[in-house]
Design a protein around this ligand. Structure first.
Ligand SMILES: Nc1ncnc2c1ncn2[C@@H]1O[C@H](COP(=O)(O)OP(=O)(O)OP(=O)(O)O)[C@@H](O)[C@H]1O
Length: 340
């Protein structure tokens, strides 16, 4: 797992606003917990099955004490709010949230095909048309988020899941934020973070277009352009922004990348007056029929081999932990999460 940069505390304070009692809809006893699908900096995602409709879901669980300790209260509330707001074919759908004394729970669609990251590592690198297919879907997802003034801020192949047909679903809205103009918080994953974020300058949606460039580069080559052994060295390379393009990257792809992975915000595509249209109209995407991409009327390059409902064989294995879900003891932090 690539490490994330944990954002520094934000100034907003969340005062108790509402009762901490979980409202009616769900509780953990409504689900059978199967296995762990993924772990992150603040929590764990489980495959679960509803005892009522027998359908499979993914539940993300965050420990309240950990969220508070790592100063992620505002981001966690934002994640819940963003997920509830968004409605797009390439973004994860949330069904509900709840909490017990120790944990916060988010019930989402289970996306069976695994991470794009795993497919990419298995394939080493993607042929140009395959990279273009995934990049086109990501571009539409970013365009949608930005049109709602949401910056995603954590684009990387680990957060892009494949559904059973092979279309993408972006998960992990842990750093997504509604930002009408600019913001300053340092967050993201070192290999994918934009120079203006590292330099602690004001930034906006431009950072997602930078990350799209890094993603396309990684899909085409199998590695990120500023990879180094420590985050510090990676940051130095990001700030210098000298990208070496292997010969097999086609000229059109290279042109697009050099206009996404650029420090110069007056040149970065997506960030200019025409917004996402400049990315979509770039010659690398020349033959893409955007309406067909959006309506999923395009053959996918890879259909995950899913054997049965609830199959999790395309996810990596993680050590399972003893779970204390459902406990009702002292709840010191519940008041900080009024919307769960
Ligand atoms: N809806 C889902 N369906 C299937 N798997 C999922 C789903 N959501 C998340 N996962 C898996 O769990 C992993 C961790 O989820 P997520 O990134 O939301 O957690 P996180 O704690 O925020 O992690 P990170 O520290 O990387 O941000 C994902 O990379 C993915 O493999």
């Amino acid at each position: 797992m690539r490490q994330q940069q944990t954002p520094s505390p934000s100034t907003a304070s969340l005062l108790p606003q509402r009762s901490t009692v979980t409202r009616g809809k769900y509780s953990i006893t409504d689900f059978e917990i199967k296995r762990t699908l993924g772990t992150g900096s603040f929590g764990r995602v489980h495959l679960v099955r509803s005892k009522y409709n027998r359908l499979y879901y993914a539940i993300k669980v965050l420990k309240k004490a950990q969220v508070v300790h790592m100063k992620q209260v505002e981001h966690t509330n934002d994640e819940r709010r963003m997920l509830k707001l968004v409605d797009h074919p390439f973004l994860i759908r949330i069904w509900g949230t709840f909490q017990d004394s120790h944990s916060l729970f988010m019930v989402m669609d289970y996306i069976e095909g695994g991470e794009l990251f795993s497919l990419l590592r298995r394939s080493q690198r993607f042929p140009n048309p395959v990279a273009k297919f995934y990049a086109a879907q990501v571009t539409l997802a970013l365009e949608y988020l930005h049109s709602h003034n949401i910056i995603y801020r954590d684009l990387k192949p680990e957060n892009i899941l494949l559904d059973r047909k092979g279309h993408i679903r972006i998960t992990d809205f842990g750093f997504a934020k509604e930002v009408p103009d600019v913001t300053y918080t340092m967050c993201g994953t070192p290999d994918y973070i934009a120079p203006e974020v590292i330099a602690r300058k004001a930034y906006n949606k431009s950072v997602d277009w930078w990350s799209l460039g890094i993603l396309i580069f990684e899909m085409l080559t199998g590695y990120t352009p500023f990879y180094d052994q420590t985050p510090m060295r990676t940051y130095e390379k990001v700030l210098q922004c000298e990208v070496r393009y292997p010969n097999y990257i086609l000229p059109e792809a290279r042109d697009l990348l050099s206009n996404l992975v650029t420090r110069d915000l007056t040149r970065r595509l997506g960030n200019l007056v025409n917004g996402s249209a400049d990315v979509k109209n770039h010659p690398w995407f020349g033959e893409v029929d955007w309406d067909r991409v959006l309506s999923k009327r395009i053959d996918t390059p890879y259909e995950p081999p899913i054997r049965h409902a609830g199959d999790a064989s395309l996810f990596e294995h993680y050590p399972e932990e003893e779970l204390d879900y459902g406990v009702q003891t002292n709840d010191d932090f519940g008041y900080l999460f009024p919307d769960f």
